[in-house]
Design a protein around this ligand. Structure first.
Ligand code: HEM
Length: 509
């Protein structure tokens, strides 16, 4: 018994010693650069599984939401160091410095993306790939996002909103929406990417219910998968087969249903009589999956599904939550909403439907979106890895230049949240001030859609649908918070906290 205890204690002692030595080595490797430590990492699957930070023990993916720029304020520099032991990462540098971020995002070969295995659920795709594989996916997807394809995005968005106003909301003066994401922004965004990207027509009357042969609606299937995909990643297959809990069974059903929908979309389009030449995203993906497609842009059947899934996901999840945050912010700031309303009325004076040509006049809508995306960036951070030993140079708050050595294999995390709340670039960073996006603003300090060769491909798609939706909604309705007696005595701050309680899923929600 005694010898067992001795072995146990010695093992613990050795582990502690090794941890201490590892920690010193990690700190020495980055010249004792300031930062924070936690036993479980803030990032990756563990960051998602344990979201709330616990001092020193759990990093928590929500750390950056709670702390915003505070870790950097305390360190006195906009690049900090995070050490974690589970999973063990030798070095992870976290960036909120626009110049260093630019250096990283513009050198794709030196700072590639990790593979995002969690997003390769059906197969390789444009978001979860790197190097030549990514180039091949990008070559297939990018042409569908060129300027001529934006007009259909606008026109389809307008149709979807008219369908909502005329056939769902009808002549009611007041519409009460209990869950703005579920009932409004998620369906709109999903309908737009479905029809504009994949030619899959959508209607508010029929598409929110499961069609025959399905147990879930298309919206619910993709929503379940996007919210709970990490369950699929961390749950062993034998548990999947047994489906012992309701949550696992629901996720399993979501995956099966989504795959069925995607296969039906492929079959329907492949079998459709060729009425007209189409240049949408779906056509590019299907052409590339033909056996006689050019080798440099050829997709396997799994990659076809992988891309359909990723474009559907990227094309609606971020947009849906951004629109919801926008409506919340406008409801909290009635003065600004009035300004926006007057702006929309002056840009489209006679109350008719806005046209694509008028989009560039709607600058106030764009300012509202930029400010929403600054305060609530759907993608709060972007990971990169270091391919070769290199040095990053940051200027600290006293103006001193600091060289930070980074070894090959180290992790980098670009903290979009900390960048967006960086007081060195944004005056009153916690306040909603869309006017800061008129005139000159620090472009490198606002990166909700990232920058460099791996920047968001759907930027213009989002701006087009977003401006159409916001213009149409604000010109017809005033957005207010539901009048609830229980909250009538709330202060502005209390209301803000209640309304903007965030969840960290695949995006900030
Ligand atoms: C508010 C809306 C959106 C935000 C905030 C957003 C944000 C981002 C960010 C931060 C990235 C880089 C991710 C990374 O490197 O890991 C990205 C990539 C991407 N986004 Fe978006 N996105 C939005 C809307 C869209 C839409 C509407 C689409 C498609 C219709 C789309 C398609 C893509 C694609 C395909 C990529 C990968 C590009 C590449 O690596 O080549 N996004 N997005």
């Amino acid at each position: 018994m005694n010898s067992v205890l001795v072995i146990l204690l010695s093992t613990i002692l050795l582990l502690c010693l090794k941890t201490y030595v590892d920690l010193r080595t990690a700190l020495r490797a980055v010249n004792y650069h300031p930062g924070f430590k936690s036993f479980v990492s803030c990032f990756g699957v563990f960051g998602f599984a344990f979201k709330e930070p616990r001092r020193g023990l759990i990093g928590g993916s929500l750390r950056f939401w709670h702390r915003k720029h505070l870790d950097f304020d305390e360190a006195g520099v906009d690049v900090i160091h995070h050490v974690s032991f589970f999973p063990r990462v030798p070095t992870c540098l976290i960036l909120a410095d626009p110049a260093v971020i630019k250096e990283v995002t513009s050198h794709r070969a030196l700072f590639p993306k990790p593979l995002y295995h969690e997003l390769r659920l059906w197969g390789g795709n444009i978001i979860a790939s790197e190097g030549d594989e990514w180039k091949r996916h990008r070559k297939v997807g990018a042409p569908a996002f060129s300027e001529p394809n934006n007009r259909p995005v606008w026109n389809e968005t307008v149709k979807i909103m008219v369908d909502l106003f005329d056939n769902v909301w009808g002549s009611q003066d007041t519409i009460i929406v209990d869950h703005v994401v579920d009932a409004l922004t998620l369906p709109v965004a999903l309908f737009v990417i479905s029809v504009a990207g994949f030619g899959k027509n959508a209607s508010w009357q029929s598409d929110l219910l499961p069609p025959s042969g399905h147990k879930l609606s298309f919206k619910d299937a993709i929503h379940v998968v996007s919210v709970d995909m990490f369950i699929q990643v961390v749950t062993p297959t034998f548990l999947w087969k047994l489906a012992p809990t309701k949550r696992i069974a629901d996720v399993k059903l979501g995956f099966e249903e989504l795959e069925k929908y995607m296969l039906e979309m492929v079959e329907e389009r492949r079998n459709a009589p060729k009425k007209e030449e189409r240049y949408d995203l779906f056509s590019s993906l299907l052409d590339a999956s033909d056996s006689d497609a050019d080798g440099g842009a050829r997709l396997t059947d799994r990659e076809l599904l992988g891309n359909i899934f990723i474009f559907l996901l990227a094309g609606h999840e971020t947009t849906a939550h951004s629109l919801a945050f926008t409506f919340g912010l406008l409801a909290m700031h009635q003065d600004y909403q009035e300004k926006l309303y007057q702006h929309v009325k002056s840009a489209i004076p006679d109350g008719r439907l806005p046209t694509y040509e008028e989009m560039n006049k709607l600058t106030e809508c764009m300012a509202v979106f930029y400010e929403t995306l600054r305060l609530f960036p759907p993608v709060v951070g972007v990971p990169k890895v270091v391919a070769e030993n290199t040095t990053l140079v940051a200027t600290d708050f006293t103006g001193k230049r600091r060289a930070i050595p980074v070894a090959a294999g180290s992790d980098i995390h670009i903290s979009i949240l900390a960048l967006h709340y960086n007081p060195r670039y944004w005056d009153e960073p916690h306040a909603f001030k869309p006017e800061r996006f008129h005139g000159n603003w620090p472009r490198d300090a606002s990166l909700p859609l990232m920058a460099g060769p791996r920047a968001c491909l759907g930027r213009r798609f989002f701006e087009t649908e977003g401006i159409a939706i916001l213009t149409m909604l604000v010109s017809r309705y005033k957005i207010e918070l539901k009048d609830e007696p229980a909250f009538s005595h709330e202060t502005y701050e209390e209301r803000w906290d209640r309304l903007f309680t965030v969840k960290q899923g695949i995006t900030l929600a």
